[in-house]
Write a protein that binds this ligand. Structure first.
Ligand code: SF4
Length: 455
């Protein structure tokens, strides 16, 4: 599971940006989206857009439990018939979007992903239907492109995995978070280690080529030793990928009870930075390469499609009520909420929707924002930003466009000394990725995010 973060209430400690402000997995953040008026027709939005290497994302907003650390767009459980109605709506949306893309030029999907929520909350036959929608309605050739699917231990059952493997899944990402049962409970995601190990065994048996294991650091009660235990338990499966996520919701026990909240925040930041460095060093010592602050890939694993950032220039088609779509000028989705009641209402509204021909909620991405997005998404990768590519795309240099931001990063020691052709974070900069990203938000996006009223 991808764990997102709310913006921190306090972004600075003693004049230095706090290291954990927000996980920028997409820019601009959805809280800067607004209802679109007028609502543009998808047909017009996609006219003239490149469609040779689109990404396809299908969002399944259901989970068995709500993990204490998660603020993704997902609901707990589904009353009788809801998943079927949700798939009906997905099918209607897919038909409308595919028609909007037209047939004048060939449409090709370069990769696909099922995310959530927990896509494997769906039963095996529902997963088969989900694949049918991607293939038959959208025209994605799932067996020929990388297909990534997220799962939880309890829902990674043999019958579901068999469907996913047979339909071409190349990467299965399992949200383990911790192999220590007390930590799993503390993170409000109770699970038995034996069940997690059994799920990992089933995934390996399914022969899906890439296994990703998500782990979380910063959990109440987690120590260097217990963190090492989780890392080693994950490594025992030789996963092709490991994601290390910092916990973002300060536990209400332990540090959370501290009399001085600012001191508690500082202590928690320091603790998470320590765990991050321990985790990073441990994985590097065991044959993994760092791809971004969170992502590590086994050096001898076969490459399996895109890393944890969207391609800089190609479009994305998102289907489902929490999925975003990107054209070169508009990022759009449906309404967004984190409160459970609101999420349920949005899911219900989505399943009742008949007309999917227009974008309803989103944000136009002007040229300045496209530069920021390019810089931000490249810089947050360990490989950094190729200056020549940036210049070719925008006709300028990153240092000319963002002198103040880059000078501030350099002053903090966050930029590596790489010469004029490459802009890359130093190891310290990478450790502070969740401050680097927000440091590149435009004033307009910042203002829109600040004005967003959580619901
Ligand atoms: S299973 Fe994943 S998406 Fe669902 S609540 Fe937990 S972290 Fe969030």
């Amino acid at each position: 599971m991808t764990v997102t973060a709310p913006s921190a209430t306090t972004t600075e400690t003693a004049g230095l940006p706090r290291p954990y402000q927000s996980y920028v997995y997409a820019y601009p953040h959805k809280t800067s989206y607004r209802p679109l008026a007028p609502r543009p027709l998808l047909r017009d939005l996609w006219a003239g857009e490149p469609r040779q290497a689109l990404s396809l994302y299908l969002h399944i907003p259901f989970c068995e439990v709500r993990c204490g650390f998660c603020n993704l767009f997902t609901r707990v459980g589904a009353p009788e018939g809801l998943t079927g109605r949700y798939l009906d709506a997905l099918e209607r949306q897919a038909a409308a979007v595919r028609e909007a893309l037209g047939d004048e030029e060939p449409v090709r999907f370069a990769n696909a992903a099922f995310g959530g929520g927990t896509p494997t909350f769906l039963e095996a036959e529902e997963l088969a239907r989900l694949c049918d929608i991607a293939e038959h309605r959208m025209g994605a050739d799932l067996r020929a492109v990388p297909l990534s699917v997220e799962a939880s231990p309890a829902t990674a059952t043999a019958d579901r995995l068999a469907v996913l493997a047979e339909r071409g899944t190349t990467r299965l990402s399992l949200g383990v978070q911790s192999f220590v049962e007390a930590e799993a409970r503390a993170a409000v995601r109770p699970q038995r280690r034996a069940d997690v190990e059994a799920a990992l065994g089933r995934i390996r048996d399914s022969r899906i080529p890439v296994l990703n294991i998500d782990l979380i650091y910063g959990i109440d009660g987690q120590t260097a030793a217990s963190w090492r235990l989780s890392l080693d338990a994950a490594l025992a499966w030789r996963p092709e990928e490991v994601y290390l996520y910092p916990l973002y919701v300060r536990p209400l026990t332990g540090l959370g009870r501290h009399a001085d909240p600012a001191a508690a925040d500082r202590a928690w930041d320091e603790q998470r930075l320590r765990r991050y460095r321990e985790g990073r060093d441990h994985l590097l010592a065991h044959g993994y390469e760092q791809v971004s602050m969170r992502m590590f890939r086994r050096a001898d694993a076969p490459p399996q499609g895109p890393d944890d950032h969207a391609c800089q220039t190609d479009g994305m088609i998102g289907l489902g009520c929490g999925a975003r779509s990107y054209t070169s000028s508009l990022h759009y989705s449906f309404d967004y909420a984190v409160d459970m009641r609101e999420i349920r209402a949005i899911v219900d509204a989505y399943t009742a929707t008949e007309d999917f021909t227009r974008a309803v909620h989103g944000r136009y991405v002007e040229r300045d924002e496209a530069r920021r997005r390019h810089l931000l998404q490249s810089l947050l990768q360990a490989g950094g930003l190729a200056v020549a590519e940036y210049r070719e795309r925008f006709g300028s240099l990153p240092h000319e466009d963002f002198p103040a931001e880059l000078a501030a990063f350099a002053a903090r020691g966050w930029l590596a000394d790489t010469g004029p052709d490459l802009l890359r974070l130093s190891p310290e900069g990478l450790a502070h990725s969740d401050a680097v990203g927000p440091g590149l938000f435009s004033a307009a996006v910042r203002a829109a995010m600040a004005a967003y009223e959580p619901k």
